[in-house]
Design a protein around this ligand. Structure first.
Ligand code: ZN
Length: 163
């Protein structure tokens, strides 16, 4: 069975940056289960996996445009410190990830500067602007269930777990 739209594929993967540093890997875990063709993975990786079968191993480099996007200064915002109501006693610090509400829903932002009464928030994805180097092995390919397609994610080992 080939990986095509609406198949569930289980993959082992390692993601490295330009310097060869490992950013993420499924090693030591269940393989990652995802539904192909609906944007579960970054576009460039899904393109590289299209048509592949169990046992295939691929090495591919994904440009930022087909990965997590380019960095944009429009995603950097300066907001009043007073608009923050930290949880409990947690003190706002540079480097901290905070949840912020945007027009597109709740997202994570990194605090990059705290200056008097203002806080600078970077909403760019941490991997935006990066070329992503993937090594992937296809472990299994199967049809997605109606429920999985309905939810938009794979279930079972390596997928989402519902409690
Ligand atoms: Zn689900």
């Amino acid at each position: 069975m080939n990986i095509t739209k609406h198949k569930v594929a289980l993959i082992h993967y390692t993601l490295k940056d330009d310097l060869g540093e490992v950013l993420d890997s499924s090693e030591g875990h269940d393989p990652l289960a995802y539904i192909h063709g609906i944007g579960n993975l970054v576009e460039g990786l899904e393109e590289a996996l299209e048509g592949k079968v169990i046992g295939d191993k691929i090495i591919t480099s994904v440009s930022p445009e087909k990965g997590y996007g380019l960095r944009s200064e429009e995603n950097v915002h300066v907001v009043p410190l007073a608009s923050f109501q930290p949880d409990g006693d947690e003190k706002l610090e540079v480097g901290m990830q905070v949840r912020v509400e945007t027009n597109a829903g709740v997202t994570l932002a990194e605090v990059t500067k705290i200056d008097g009464e203002h806080v600078t928030l970077d909403l760019n994805h941490p991997l935006s602007g990066e070329t992503l180097h993937f090594e992937v092995e296809v472990v299994d390919v199967r049809d997605a269930t109606h429920e999985e397609l309905d939810h938009g994610h794979a279930h079972g080992p390596g997928g989402h777990h519902h409690h």
